[in-house]
Design a protein around this ligand. Structure first.
Ligand SMILES: C[S@@+](CC[C@H](N)C(=O)[O-])C[C@H]1O[C@@H](n2cnc3c(N)ncnc32)[C@H](O)[C@@H]1O
Length: 273
C-alpha cells in the first residue's frame, strides 16, 4: 500500500455507514484490493476504524454546511482531498477545489466525469490542482489557490494528511494557509496527540504500515499537540473534538469512553483572524 492508496481506505470506511457519514457516494470507489486492506486493518489493528471515519466525515460535513449557510458565496478547498465527496454532499452552488498528488487527481477526475455522465452523482463543476506539500517552495501554490479563491470566503479542510508530514512541512503548509486565507475564513484539521503515540493500538498501526510499506523507511505518525493549534499564528481555535466527543454526539449508543483503546484522531476548527 502506498500513501495515496490510503485514500481508498478512508473512503471505504465512510461507505460502511452512509447514514452516519452522510457520504452516500463513497461506495462508488469500492474495489477488491481495498476490501482486503479494510479487512486487514480491522482485524489486525482496530475494528473501530470504519465507524470513526464516518464520524469524521459527518463532523466536517456539518461544519462546512453551517459555514456555507452563512456564506453562500463561499468556496471549499480540500487539501489532500483523496476521494472525499464533500462537493457532492453540499449545495451545487459552492465552488470546490481538490488538491492532491497527480495520481489521485487524475484517477478521481476521470471517475467523477464518468459518474456525472452516467447520472450516478449529481453534476458539479469541480476544479483540481496537483501539488506536493513536501516541496520547499509554496509560492506557486499560494498564487494559484489565491487566484482561484478570488476574494471569496473560504473553508479549508485537511484530513488524514498531517500524520504523514514532517513538522517542518506542516509548519510550511500552515504558513501557506495563512497567506491565502483572510479574516473569518475557516480551516478544519485532523491530527493525533503526542500522548497517543505509545498506545497499543497506535503501535499496531505503525507496525501494520511498516509491514505494508506505506512510506519509504520506518513509519511513525507525526502528532500535533492541541497547544500547537491554540498558538498557531494567524488563527484562533474555535472548536476541538475527538472520537469520544463525536461518538457521544452522533451515535450515543456507541459512545467511546476510553480514547486509549482507539486510533483517536483529534479534529480542530480554526478561524483566520
Ligand atoms: C489518508 S488519505 C486522506 C484523503 C482524504 N482527505 C480523506 O479524508 O479521505 C491521505 C491523502 O493525502 C494525500 N497526500 C499525502 N501526502 C501528500 C503530499 N505530500 N502532498 C499532497 N498530498 C498528499 C494523499 O495523496 C492522500 O490522498
Amino acid at each position: 500500500m502506498k500513501v495515496h492508496e490510503t485514500a481508498f481506505l478512508t473512503c471505504a470506511y465512510r461507505a460502511t455507514e452512509p447514514a452516519l457519514s452522510h457520504d452516500i457516494y463513497a461506495y462508488l470507489y469500492g474495489n477488491e484490493l481495498t476490501d482486503k486492506w479494510v479487512k486487514a486493518v480491522t482485524e489486525e489493528v482496530s475494528s473501530w476504524e470504519p465507524f470513526l471515519h464516518c464520524l469524521r466525515n459527518r463532523y466536517f460535513l456539518d461544519t462546512m454546511t453551517a459555514f456555507f449557510e452563512e456564506h453562500p458565496g463561499g468556496v471549499l478547498v480540500n487539501w489532500g482531498a483523496g476521494f472525499s465527496m464533500y462537493p457532492f454532499l453540499i449545495g451545487g452552488h459552492i465552488r470546490c477545489l481538490d488538491i492532491d498528488q497527480a495520481d489521485i487527481i487524475s484517477h478521481k477526475s476521470e471517475l467523477l466525469e464518468q459518474w456525472m455522465s452516467e447520472g450516478k452523482v449529481p453534476t458539479r463543476h469541480m476544479d483540481y490542482l496537483v501539488a506536493d506539500f513536501t516541496r520547499s517552495q509554496h509560492a506557486d501554490l499560494i498564487s494559484q489557490v489565491t487566484r482561484w479563491i478570488d476574494g471569496k470566503p473560504s473553508f479549508f479542510v485537511l484530513e488524514g494528511v498531517l500524520y504523514f508530514l514532517k513538522p517542518e512541512v506542516t509548519d510550511r503548509l500552515f504558513e501557506t494557509f495563512k497567506s491565502i486565507q483572510t479574516a473569518g475564513d475557516l480551516l478544519g484539521c485532523v491530527s493525533f496527540l503526542p500522548e497517543s503515540l505509545d498506545t497499543e493500538v497506535q503501535i499496531k498501526l505503525d507496525t501494520f504500515f511498516n509491514r505494508n510499506n506505506v512510506v519509504q523507511g520506518p513509519f511513525s505518525h507525526h502528532p500535533l499537540s492541541t497547544e500547537s493549534y491554540e498558538t498557531r499564528s494567524g488563527y484562533t481555535l474555535i472548536d476541538h473534538q475527538d472520537y469520544c466527543s463525536l461518538s457521544a454526539c452522533y451515535s450515543p449508543e456507541r459512545a467511546i469512553a476510553d480514547w486509549r483503546t482507539i486510533l483517536n484522531e483529534n479534529m480542530y476548527l480554526l478561524r483566520r483572524c
